[in-house]
Design a protein around this ligand. Sequence first.
Ligand code: MSP
Length: 510
Amino acid sequence: MSKQFLITTAIDYANGSPHIGHAYEKILTDVIARHKRLSGVPVKFITGLDEHGQKVQMSAEKKGVEPIEICDSLAGEFQSLCQRLNITNDDYIRTTEPRHKKVVQSVLQQLFDEGQIYKADYNGFYSIRQEQFVTEKERENGAWPQIYGEVIEVTETNYFFKLSQYQDWLIDFIKSNESIIYPRFRSADVLNFLKEPLNDLCISRPKERLSWGIELPFDSGFVTYVWFDALVNYITASGYGSDAFEANWPADYHVIGKDILSPPHAVYWPIMLKALGLEMPKHFLVHGWWLSSGSKMSKSDGHVVNPLDLIDTYGSDAFRYFVIREMNVGQDSEFSLDLFQSRYNSDLANDLGNLVSRLLNMGHRFADGTVPSSTIKEAEELTVLAHWSELKEHIFDLYDNFQFHKALEQIFAFVAELNRYTELRAPWKLAKSELDEDKQRLATTLAYMSEGLRLSAVVLSPVMPDIAAKVLNLLGSSSIDSYEGQLEWGNSLAGGTFGEKIILFPKNEA
Ligand code: MSP
């Protein structure tokens, strides 16, 4: 079996409803997955839900229900978000599934049998919110930083995974694989973290404190630490233990937010894989946070924007466009409804939407609803052609290097160029002329507008799949499943039928 391009998102915590951060990560990953598929690469795209741990157990106790009821209901919410955002994931993994429990227990057993997991007494401080042990060095001016929430002192027996023995190997690995973390400046955070000696990782929680987890296969008094459990999802969903694993692993990209790079993804995960004798993931793509008034928009601080509301009002592609256009992958971005509306009105409704409706309008009035052929090439056409060649040359480099915001900026600059060209040619004036060359100019203008729009739709497909398909359809063409043969400027639409005039992006004041 040949290797598939494996791309994953983080799996979301089952302790709150989805928000824009979750939505963004899925859209970003989906854009990459779609772009790869259109480029002819077989893709496996995995996302899912992280269901165990103290927070889920505590919220279930509070509500007086079983933890699985909370998880089932949130799994429904998150999966419906995926559907509404048109996410093309090939799998949705829930960590409460038997297939996952089996893999977690099998890797724990392997590490235990090999002596890489040992039992020891531990006395220390434990952060309930972060579900991890914290050490004195984390205190700031004597107090625990706010992110840890309530910190309690505990003494207990637990199982530990020998992280520390891999510290030098990991430092070497990260230093010699410069491109493993994107953007690169984030490697510095990881290497900084690795300057201090690593502690072994406590991978168990005694059942009397936490029962909502996967039982250790070698000691039924304990469940597995939630991060250890969660990270394993990537290999479970890749078919660990079956033939399919070969065709999937290693992951090409783990797409994650900056808060979970170090230590879980950049320290625990590579070491777990190394200890298991498995290949390293090729890259971590680390995105920034959506902020609102400078704070993280997440459940715990109350700043929650429900993306579903904007999807309902404006449509999924408008939402996808906004987050991808606005965020420079790796940096944080400020979210505001004003910004959303202004992008929607100016880029989508005015530039793209108007071009489409003008073309359909004129196509029916001046060309009997049939896409004409271009027959002449004057200075106006040459400018459009030059702009397209320029865009064609750069667009995939931008996509391949995660410069999606720039890619969209450039595609919309091309759409603006098509609008300028239309104004310059003024087909409504040409239609009044009896001159033969004006008739040719009119036909050519409509053909150029159509071809320019077709090409814009092709390169917009990964980001706005529905709109792209609609535009192609309105031009008498069908939606695409490959870029191949689609990027050349030509007359392929000639003779096709224009669709009925529609408003692609209705103005909305909501
Ligand atoms: N369950 C863990 C991940 C385990 S992966 C093996 C987790 N869950 S989470 O629900 O808190 O976050 C899921 C993803 O959403 C993370 O990559 C996180 O960085 C991202 N986001 C959460 N809030 C965010 C923003 N406000 N903005 C952008 N993404 C952020 O962490």
